[in-house]
Design a protein. Structure first.
Length: 300
């Protein structure tokens, strides 16, 4: 069952199915399955590393493989499993088309996604370029003791990044900006409680690092949550998340830093300052373009 015509993105779960507290069962089931999925991928990765005798030489290491590319692949797949889990839960427990997590029209709008990419990728490249220029004298990239790993290893790293990062980034959007907002939207009338809670959980999910990193994640997530409601789908935020992660991992591969365990939660204050400008710049631009092109904001 679909939500009634004219429903916002966060209201797509309001299809009259599952009873008054059906959203709670969907929430708990999906969270449990995500935990199980991540653990399953982790166990599988550990088994493969043991069979191939490719585990880390340090017994106290938290990595799966000594090779950072193989370890990165396991980590990315462990996050990407969130996509089939939440889509399956939406279909079976939410009793609605899984595509309603993608957008109000029940699918990913590929043409709109392409237009978002035409704006998002160049803008993210400028933002990361400015950050590198600003922090060059203080960040590890300027003092890397590893350097370029050589073309064969770099191309292998880049292939893994290009193949898996889009699914990893999209999974985070499907879970935090998509399904979670819609589940909470079954119980509250305004989209903002769902956006705020999902944004807070998104920031916390990246771990505890620098205060500037936490604020950056929370600030970005709030803007992205607003953009999802404004454009009626995940396409615009998936593009920006993919662009950010592809460029970040690509640079790490080029500098031989894929074994760096830091996340966006460790971002310096300069990154937060740039995000204060670039997050609203992208979101307001895409909202305006969506309005001009008649992109659906509510269920047709």
């Amino acid at each position: 069952m679909r939500a009634p015509s004219g429903s916002r993105y966060d209201e797509q779960g309001r299809n009259g199915q599952g009873g008054r507290f059906g959203w709670l069962g969907e929430l708990l089931t999906a969270l449990a399955l995500v935990v199980v999925g991540v653990l399953a991928v982790s166990v599988f990765g550990a088994i493969i590393a043991e069979v191939l005798d490719a585990g880390p030489t340090d017994a106290d290491s938290e990595l799966f493989f000594e090779d950072p590319v193989a370890d990165l692949a396991v980590s990315l797949v462990g996050i990407a499993v969130g996509i089939p889990i939440v889509l399956g839960v939406v279909r079976l427990l939410g009793r609605r088309p899984a595509g309603t997590v993608s957008s109000v029209v029940g699918r990913l709008r590929w043409g709109w996604l392409g237009r978002c990419a035409a704006v998002g990728f160049p803008l993210m490249a400028v933002q990361i370029g400015l950050l590198i220029a600003w922090t060059w004298d203080t960040e590890p990239l300027a003092e890397s003791d590893t350097g370029f790993p050589g073309w064969p290893y770099f191309l292998l790293s880049l292939a893994v990044v290009l193949a898996l990062v889009p699914f990893q980034a999209a999974a985070e959007e499907y879970v935090f900006r998509g399904w979670l907002v819609q589940v909470i939207g079954r119980a509250v009338r305004s989209p903002w409680p769902a956006i705020v809670l999902a944004s807070l959980l998104f920031a916390l999910a990246h771990g505890f690092g620098e205060l500037s990193g936490f604020l950056l994640l929370l600030y970005s997530a709030l803007w992205w949550g607003w953009l999802v409601i404004r454009t009626g789908g995940l396409e615009a935020v998936i593009v920006l998340h993919v662009a950010n992660n592809l460029l970040a991992f690509g640079l790490a591969a080029g500098f031989g830093e894929l074994d760096d365990s830091s996340t966006a939660a460790d971002a310096p204050w300069q990154a937060l300052v740039l995000e204060l400008v670039f997050a609203p710049l992208y979101c307001l631009t895409m909202a305006k373009i969506a309005e001009r092109r008649g992109i659906e904001r509510v269920s047709p």
